[in-house]
Design a protein. Structure first.
Length: 732
């Protein structure tokens, strides 16, 4: 590839609609005219121009000899670093003797020089002088060009000729479906309607091919199926596809993806905790060298000097050592923040790239520890946690048995320093404690982060007896207030940077910190961590117009909620008018598990959490997901624009645990009426014919399930193939 800003994006359109006869009649060789070819090629070209393909060459309705000459001339003019798309819409045939796929010219002839494989080998055989070329083949038997023997010998990282084909090797393409579908997919990508990981600078070819296949499959549900295929790829290869720039790309997300690849899977959630509390986007952009994306400022971790010092002394203690330290406190008290900044400073991979986050607190933090093992227990079984500890500790063999891990470490004379956070969010927290953590404390040093549940009394008693209990809820009020005020000041300073605004900034920080740190009466609801509520409220203030005077600042700060769900409701109310679908979309995500759900599924589920029976488009879902709320970012997308890079592309998950619980309980907007699932839209597949469809269960009566009630749907009309206007099917 050429350097940034020097890549040429070029498009060659090879389109043939007439084949040596009148437009309405087949040629002498039986090639029917393709009147849709030219209009569809223009649709595709318009969408490609949105991705920078302004340099276009058109080869339209020329004889086979001129066609091959034009393609050869175009490919020869593409140099190293160029990115080209070759779109072919014509008739295709497979030579009966050589079995090579050929493109038919306007004279109804096909030549050895119009073999698609010849064009591909011309690209791949040029060595270092190769451009990157994507062939979009809308011809019959197009899949033959994606199933060539020699293609398997080209490493994906070095491949420069890619194919997305309209159909299988032995099948027909109909009525330009592939080109029409490709144009629609490109439009959806450009309009940010397709879920893409923000860490990818370019849209993977596999994603493009899959989206086109889905679109073509939908249009062929009438009895004329067509299956899109593409170049086969090595699932173990590093993806690198330069053809379409990703509209959701963020350099900070790319840095996050690269760093996550070097960190054990079970330790990666520590990066997410850093994102929630320590402004991960700054860290990622600084680590990637793209500091222009976000304000260059250090991490916003404040306070907890005493706890950091004790934790550092525990981790830096000489010798193997054994025992347990427990970090506990109410939800949002900063357990994960404390352990997150510690792990990022002490982890041998994270420490150098995370330095902007921990540098200001370096005197309180431990040294880099090559024996450090970090595991985030959220939604993990005890066997998974045990296997991760063994893997990171370098224990030979597979050890996913919690019972034998401590003995195996002792026998191998391996004594790691283990940090386990979010114990209360494990699949079976008590089993993790009894079967894994307590035995491990006998052979190594271990730090555990967990809420103060009665089920963890054994951990608390053991830590208290050894003087290694860190209860963040016991911080003195004065110390807590000063730390929270400093934290809010750090967050609001970019909005109030001037000397004239200093008094307003001080009033906002001091008044908010005082309200949050004042002890609440016993029985006045659950306690929420002051730092988390303060941070979210500060982000809410950042989304308002700057406050001009001290009196208004004091009044605004006095409205700070003391519970996290109330902050969430405050911000949702602010966005309700502009984004009416925000709450239903977030509620749908709140009911998802694990990796979340694709955005297309969110569009189906969200209407169930809205009083009206309106439907929602994927574009409206995208707009709702891009709305900046007080919920912390769940990934690298910045405002949650894209999927978390560690997850499969196209998935969504709720951003904050407490917000998720609140949405689950409320179900929908507090003022909304009774909910009802969205009506299933009828789909017309052809004129007039119906058969029973999948049954719906009737209500149960007398403890027995009633017989299903039959529904009816229309049968496909074999005369139609996802087209408009009722034109007869034409294969090409």
């Amino acid at each position: 590839m050429a350097g940034p800003g020097h890549t040429r994006y070029r498009l060659l359109t090879v389109v043939t609609g007439t084949f040596g006869a009148e437009d309405s009649e087949p040629s002498a060789d039986g090639y029917a005219p393709l009147p849709f070819a030219a209009p569809l090629s223009e649709q595709l070209a318009r969408q490609l121009s949105r991705f920078g393909y302004a340099d276009r060459t058109i080869v339209r309705d020329v004889p086979a000899g001129e066609l091959c000459t034009a393609v050869d001339r175009f490919l020869a003019s593409c140099g190293p670093g160029d990115v080209a798309v070759v779109h072919v819409l014509s008739h295709g045939v497979v030579d009966p003797y050589t079995r090579k796929l050929r493109v038919v010219g306007a004279d109804g002839r096909h030549l050895p020089q119009t073999e698609v494989e010849r064009w591909q080998t011309d690209v791949e055989g040029r060595g270092e002088d190769r451009p990157s070329v994507l062939f979009l083949l809308d011809i019959c038997h197009a899949g033959s060009a994606a199933r060539l023997d020699w293609q398997g010998w080209v490493p994906d990282e070095q491949r420069h000729a890619w194919v997305i084909a309209a159909t299988d090797q032995e099948a027909s393409a109909f009525n330009g479906r592939f080109t029409r579908a490709a144009a629609r997919v490109l439009a959806r990508i450009a309009d940010r309607e397709v879920d893409l990981a923000a860490g990818w600078e370019h849209v993977p070819v596999c994603v493009i091919a899959q989206e086109i296949r889905r679109e073509v499959t939908r249009s062929g549900a009438d009895g004329l199926p067509q299956r899109v295929v593409g170049t086969r790829v090595d699932i173990a290869s590093e993806e690198w596809f330069p053809f379409l720039t990703n509209p959701l790309y963020r350099p900070s997300a790319a840095a996050l993806r690269r760093i996550r690849a070097d960190v054990d899977e079970s330790a990666r959630p520590f990066l997410d905790e850093v994102d929630e509390v320590l402004d991960w986007r700054h860290f990622a952009s600084r680590a990637s060298g793209a500091g222009a994306d976000f304000p260059a400022r250090p991490g916003a971790f404040r306070g907890r000097s005493r706890e950091l010092g004790r934790l550092a002394a525990w981790l830096d203690a000489p010798g193997p050592g054994t025992g347990m330290m427990l970090v506990t406190g109410s939800p949002g008290a900063g357990k994960s923040a404390l352990l997150g900044v510690t792990v990022c400073a002490a982890h041998p991979v994270l420490s150098p790239v995370c330095e902007p986050l921990w540098r200001d607190r370096r005197d309180d933090l431990p040294a880099v520890n090559d024996a450090l093992v970090a595991v985030h227990a959220r939604q993990r079984r005890v066997e998974e946690i045990a296997a991760s500890v063994a893997r990171q500790a370098g224990l030979p063999g597979l050890h996913d048995s919690a019972g034998g891990l401590a003995g195996a470490l002792h026998a191998a004379a391996i004594s790691p320093v283990v940090v386990v956070d979010a114990l209360d969010e494990a699949v079976d927290p008590v089993a993790v404690m009894t079967e894994l953590l307590l035995p491990l404390a006998a052979v190594c040093r271990i730090v555990v982060g967990a809420r103060g549940w009665p089920e963890f009394a054994a951990l608390r008693e053991r830590a208290a007896a050894g003087g290694t209990l860190l209860d963040l809820d016991l911080t003195p009020v004065t110390e807590l207030r000063d730390a929270v005020a400093g934290y809010i000041t750090d967050l609001l300073r970019p909005r109030y940077p001037n000397t004239a605004q200093r008094a307003v900034l001080h009033t906002l920080a001091a008044t908010t910190a005082t309200a949050l740190s004042t002890p609440r009466p016993s029985g006045d609801g659950p306690r929420w961590g002051e730092f988390l509520v303060a941070g979210l409220f500060a982000h809410h203030l950042l989304r308002l117009e700057p406050i001009a005077d001290v009196e208004t600042a004091a009044a605004a700060a006095a409205t700070v909620p003391t519970a996290l769900p109330d902050v969430f409701e405050l911000d949702l109310a602010r966005t309700a008018t502009d984004q009416p679908w925000l709450r239903p979309v977030l509620t749908a995500l709140a009911h998802s598990l694990g990796s979340g759900m694709p955005r297309s599924l969110v569009a189906v589920v969200a209407p169930a959490f809205r009083a009206l029976s309106d439907s929602v488009t994927e574009r409206e879902v995208a707009a709702a997901l891009e709305t900046r709320t007080v919920l912390p970012s769940a990934g690298s997308g910045g405002g949650r624009h894209g999927p978390v890079p560690a997850l499969p592309p196209g998935t969504r998950r709720p951003s904050a645990r407490s917000g998720r619980a609140r949405l689950r309980r409320s179900g929908s907007h507090p003022t909304a009426g009774p909910r009802r699932p969205p009506a299933r839209p009828a789909r017309s597949l052809g004129p007039g014919r119906t058969v029973p469809a999948a049954p719906r269960r009737r209500a149960c009566r007398g403890g027995r399930r009633a017989r299903p009630a039959p529904r009816r749907r229309q049968l496909p009309d074999p005369r139609r193939s996802g087209r408009t206007g009722g034109e007869p099917p034409v294969h090409h």
